[in-house]
Design a binder for this molecule. Structure first.
Ligand SMILES: O=c1ccn([C@H]2C[C@H](O)[C@@H](COP(=O)(O)OP(=O)(O)OP(=O)(O)O)O2)c(=O)[nH]1
Ligand SMILES: [Mg+2]
Length: 149
């Protein structure tokens, strides 16, 4: 196994039994495309959690990010509302894709359509240490455009 691969167990659910599992569209693709397991029409401004028909068991120390597809975003204004979506390593339920239609027209998701992409990533967990003061920096509390355009 190449060093940049992580093995993730995938379980097909009954309503996804006939659907392809997430897969890479090209040899160098960063994300595995995810297929919708249901038909949903999203009105302009609407959102929905779209079924995918599979569940994962991600190894400890990893997550899977659910990211939008740029084609859907650019052509239709359809994106993942909670991007990047987080699939926790201890989640065993169905992976869902929270799509939002920010476009002007209704958007039809067809069962079998590629609606998002999955990217596994290593996760660092923080050990928070409470202190009385923080070290000084040039930026200080400046943010949100404080350095100009
Ligand atoms: O796009 C997504 C985002 C989340 N999930 C599932 C897997 C994830 O492990 C779980 C919880 O997600 P998250 O932590 O983002 O949501 P929450 O609102 O904090 O819910 P919870 O209280 O269940 O953690 O929901 C998905 O299927 N798709
Ligand atoms: Mg959570």
């Amino acid at each position: 196994m190449p060093s940049n691969e992580v093995t993730i167990a995938v379980l097909r659910l009954v309503h996804g039994a006939d659907l392809p599992l997430p897969d890479y569209a090209t040899a160098g693709a960063a994300g595995m495309d995810v297929i919708a397991a249901e038909n949903v029409t999203l009105a302009p401004g609407a959102r929905a959690a779209i079924a995918t028909g599979f569940a994962l068991a991600i190894p400890n120390g990893y997550e899977v990010q659910v990211r939008p597809r740029s084609g859907l975003a650019l052509k239709h204004g359809v994106t993942c509302l909670n991007t990047p979506g987080t699939i926790d390593s201890d989640y065993r339920g169905e992976v869902k894709v929270i799509l939002a239609n920010l476009g002007q027209e209704p958007f039809v998701v067809g069962r079998g359509d590629r609606i998002a992409q999955l990217v596994p990533a290593p996760v660092l967990r923080a050990d928070l240490v409470e202190v009385d003061s923080l070290d000084a920096t040039t930026r200080g509390a400046g943010g949100f455009g404080s350095t100009g355009r």
